[in-house]
Design a binder for this molecule. Structure first.
Ligand SMILES: Cc1cc2nc3c(=O)[nH]c(=O)nc-3n(C[C@H](O)[C@H](O)[C@H](O)COP(=O)(O)OP(=O)(O)OC[C@H]3O[C@@H](n4cnc5c(N)ncnc54)[C@H](O)[C@@H]3O)c2cc1C
Length: 433
């Protein structure tokens, strides 16, 4: 069948299991141990978390983003999207299922560009879920505009010496290694003159200036590091891929990462809608249930329809990636869902939060954390504006300028053209009458 909106029964069974497992077994970790997902397991947590990971493996759902050659099952992005719609409900679930960002993207690029030695050293422990990794690209003076990147790597005999500052490098404080982007040839465009390096976090000169927290987090909970790479010396074989290949590599990881964020955001929107519906069926005011008020009904309809549209585009994009196996060919829709994500999350969470009144804005409901996902999703992996430009550029590739002064749909010209095409028939009609 060419068009199909159903999930094959064997995989649906796995999804059913995952739904129950996340709700019953993983959600308690979110409540009791928030903010610890990206920390090495304590003696208290290891006996809880390791068996959960084993259950995921036993159900063939470990590292579902990877192909069999890397220890996954090769489900592809579409099935991963269906799974991520469940995992996105919990901050611990991606860790327990081995699909957490940024490790997924980092594993992907080491698998793609790494040497055998690099794979053994960095990739294997990552795939086993034993270590965390960090991706260090954004700089304090520049995120969206890589042309302003200054971190430099200079060759010195058999070594590279890295100097510069990086900003918002997630999970650096608990990572065993960092993938750093640095300029290696300042004479050419950054897109050809930057390279990636695999740097163990304990290398002398990797200095954490501070660990920045997100809004609402305490200083100790901060996980996004401002890092000073201060005369960091790494051997020649720390280079990932070839010299000057950093941007080709970055596209491999960011394409996937953006789609995975969108998949998990479907879960946030669905949860917001579920909470909204439950609330308005439970709360009465001025003589009727909130669910009977037309303003509220409008909110429910908007949240439902916007989520359905968003979800379909996410699933379609995942399907496209599976078809083409090439992020370049799917960049229009990847950018489109990236740009939609903060808006649908914002609106769905806002409506639900608002319908809960004071309770909604209190710390007795989960809306605060859900709410922060909107501004986060609008900048992480590049701001919305940049992705809108990409969408527009890709859409415009299918068009060209009108051949003359007037648009091709200009009515006088169309009328003249239609008359010319119909002239013989009209003459016949007139002749017959
Ligand atoms: C939770 C989180 C985790 C992150 N993790 C990592 C990580 O692990 N590693 C890493 O390297 N980086 C990470 N980042 C950084 C992220 O990639 C950058 O924040 C992003 O690229 C934007 O860069 P910036 O913050 O410097 O914003 P800027 O580039 O300063 O942009 C600020 C604003 O300017 C506007 N703007 C920018 N460009 C344009 C344009 N072309 N047209 C119109 N308006 C524009 C937009 O409104 C934009 O939001 C993370 C960010 C967040 C929020």
């Amino acid at each position: 069948m060419a068009w199909d909106f159903s999930t094959e029964p064997e995989f649906e069974e796995k999804l059913e299991w995952a739904r129950e497992f996340v709700k019953e077994r993983i959600e308690p970790l979110d409540i009791l141990y928030p903010h610890l997902q990206f920390h090495p397991l304590s003696d208290e947590l290891r006996p809880i978390v390791d068996p959960l990971k084993q259950e995921v493996r036993d159900h063939d759902l470990w590292a579902a983003h990877l192909g069999p050659e890397l220890g996954g099952k090769g489900y592809g992005q579409l099935k991963l999207a269906l799974l991520n719609e469940i995992l996105g409900l919990s901050s611990w679930a991606p860790i327990i299922f081995g699909t957490q960002a940024p490790d997924t993207g980092n594993a992907e690029i080491i698998a793609h560009y790494g040497t055998d030695e690099q794979k053994e050293l960095y990739l294997q422990p990552l795939l086993n879920g034993e270590v965390f990794s960090c991706y260090s690209m954004t700089e304090p003076q520049a995120g969206s505009d890589p042309q302003q990147f200054k971190t430099l790597a200079v060759k010195d005999g058999d070594e590279w010496v890295i100097n510069g500052w990086k900003w918002f490098s997630s999970n650096a404080r608990t990572s065993s290694f960092v993938i750093v982007m640095a300029v290696t040839d300042p004479e050419v465009s950054i897109y050809k003159g930057a390279s990636m390096f695999l740097v163990p976090t304990d290398t002398p000169g990797v200095e954490f200036e501070r660990h920045v927290g997100l809004t609402g987090e305490t200083e100790e909970q901060g996980m996004h590091a401002l890092i000073h790479y201060n005369e960091v010396r790494v051997p020649a074989d720390a280079l990932l891929g070839g010299e000057g290949q950093a941007f080709a590599i970055a596209q491999t990881r960011l394409g996937g990462g953006r789609v995975h964020h969108a998949m998990r955001s479907v879960a946030t929107c669905q949860k917001a809608l579920d909470l909204l519906c439950e609330r308005v069926l439970s709360r009465e005011t001025q003589g009727s249930l909130l669910a009977r008020k037309q303003f509220i009904q409008g909110d429910i309809a908007d949240s439902y329809a916007e989520l359905a549209q968003f979800r379909l585009l996410v699933l379609y994009t995942a399907w496209e990636i599976d078809q083409y196996q090439d992020y370049q060919k799917t960049r229009k829709n990847i950018a489109a869902i990236k740009m939609l994500t903060p808006k649908v999350v914002h609106d769905a969470v806002w409506r639900s939060m608002h319908a809960h009144g004071a309770l909604g804005v209190s710390n007795e409901m989960p809306f605060g954390g859900m709410w922060m996902m909107a501004p986060i999703m609008s900048v992480v992996d590049g701001p919305t504006e940049v992705h809108k430009v990409t969408v527009a550029r890709e859409v415009l590739k299918g068009y060209e300028a009108a051949p003359g002064l007037w648009p091709t749909e200009h009515v006088p010209a169309k009328k003249k053209e239609a008359e010319e095409k119909m002239a013989a028939y009209i003459e016949l009609l007139v002749g017959n009458s």
